[in-house]
Design a protein around this ligand. Structure first.
Ligand SMILES: Nc1ncnc2c1ncn2[C@@H]1O[C@H](COP(=O)(O)OP(=O)(O)OP(=O)(O)O)[C@@H](O)[C@H]1O
Length: 348
């Protein structure tokens, strides 16, 4: 840890989590492997913050450093404006985390498992019923753990993190191994926790999965920051919207569209994807229909396609490889001040 200069975020208590120039390398047989490289992470208080990046991009390493489980090589970190790990004992009760799967006794009921956990961590046993309700397991608390679905097991793990009533929850890949129904349950649970005023920091390598529930996100690649901000503005940076048109002869349609100054690409069979040329302003769907109709090509279907976070990530990493959009050369737009914009509703 650097100690010379005070960390830039140390007095930003509106941020639940902040890291500055965080770096971590691991010693391997082939030398040092950089896991996290100069990472600035800023998680506003309130809402769901997606911490996104492909496998091996440094998410778990960052989370483990925040929780004091491993030590950074350099850089600084704060939780609620308090420098960690130095002040971790002062803030640890405000943080609940799932980094590895907690162990529960299969033959005991969910309620009994949580009572044992509460006793072990010094949480009041009266919280057990409340946290079961909070994760939607109030009706199933008397069932044995082994009878639970994977989604319910994961919700029970989340219930365990709530026993001390923390303000910040950190979940590392909580939907790994879950089926769509389980993923839906966890998303709804995270949304509910955020809507109740908590901050949820959730990591995932499936960007689009978190896109549906996150208010703000940080996207990393190879340990470096690629983008941060609210989901809408990151999607807006992700390149032009496109329309997908279904036509009898996609090749003929593509020629017409090129001649009209548009940028067609092959789409799924029988379709063409059309984007505006870079710098040509937003795409106008009526122009697409008109230029094709003028040449006797009539659309069977026109569908707007918005970029998603996966596409934004691919664009960002492609730009990085070309050296055009190196992550620190063009800093991302700042996060909105204080709490992230809230979205109402459950699963999205
Ligand atoms: N204990 C370790 N020793 C050596 N290298 C490690 C160790 N832990 C992680 N790494 C390496 O550090 C890099 C970042 O790993 P990390 O687990 O933090 O990424 P991640 O984004 O959480 O990935 P995943 O989604 O697969 O968990 C990877 O290249 C990984 O192989």
């Amino acid at each position: 840890m650097t100690t010379s200069a005070p960390p830039r975020h140390a007095r930003e208590p509106e941020l639940a989590v902040a890291t500055t120039a965080l770096r971590k390398t691991y010693r391997t047989r082939k030398g040092r492997r950089v896991a996290v490289e100069g990472l600035d992470l800023r998680v506003p208080r309130g809402g769901v913050h997606g911490f996104l990046g492909p496998n091996g991009s440094g998410k778990t390493t960052t989370i483990r450093m925040l929780l004091g489980l491993i030590t950074p090589d350099s850089g600084s970190m704060t939780l609620f404006g308090e420098p960690v790990p130095a002040r971790l004992p002062a803030v640890v009760d405000r943080v609940g985390a799932i980094v590895e799967q907690p162990k529960f006794f299969p033959a005991f009921t969910a309620r009994r498992n949580l009572e044992l956990l509460a006793g072990a961590i010094g949480a009041p046993s009266a919280r057990v019923g409340q946290v079961l309700e909070e994760v939607g397991l109030g009706e199933r608390g008397r069932d044995r753990f082994r009878s639970y679905s994977l989604g319910m097991k994961q919700r029970l793990a989340i219930a365990g993190t709530l026993l001390k009533d923390p303000e910040l929850l950190i979940f590392d890949e909580p939907t790994n191994g879950l089926d769509p129904a389980g993923i839906h349950e966890i998303r709804q649970t995270m949304r509910g926790l955020a809507d109740a005023g908590r901050t949820v920091l959730v990591s995932s390598h499936i960007l689009n999965e978190v896109q549906q529930v996150a208010d703000t996100v940080t996207i990393i690649g190879r340990g470096r920051l690629l983008a941060e901000g609210d989901v809408e503005s990151i999607l807006a940076r992700g390149g032009a919207e496109a329309v997908r048109v279904r036509v009898p002869d996609p090749a003929a349609a593509a020629e017409v569209l090129v001649a009209a100054g548009l940028a067609p690409q092959p789409g799924p069979p029988g379709t063409v994807l059309v984007r505006a040329r870079p710098g040509a302003g937003p795409l106008d769907g009526s122009v697409v229909t008109r230029v094709l109709a003028e040449r006797g090509i009539y659309l069977a279907e026109l569908v707007w396609q918005r970029p998603d976070l996966e596409e934004v990530f691919l664009d960002l990493t492609a730009a990085e490889h070309l050296g055009a959009g190196a992550p620190h050369a063009a800093p991302p737009p700042p996060l909105p001040p204080a709490a992230a914009p809230r979205r109402s509703g459950g699963d999205r």
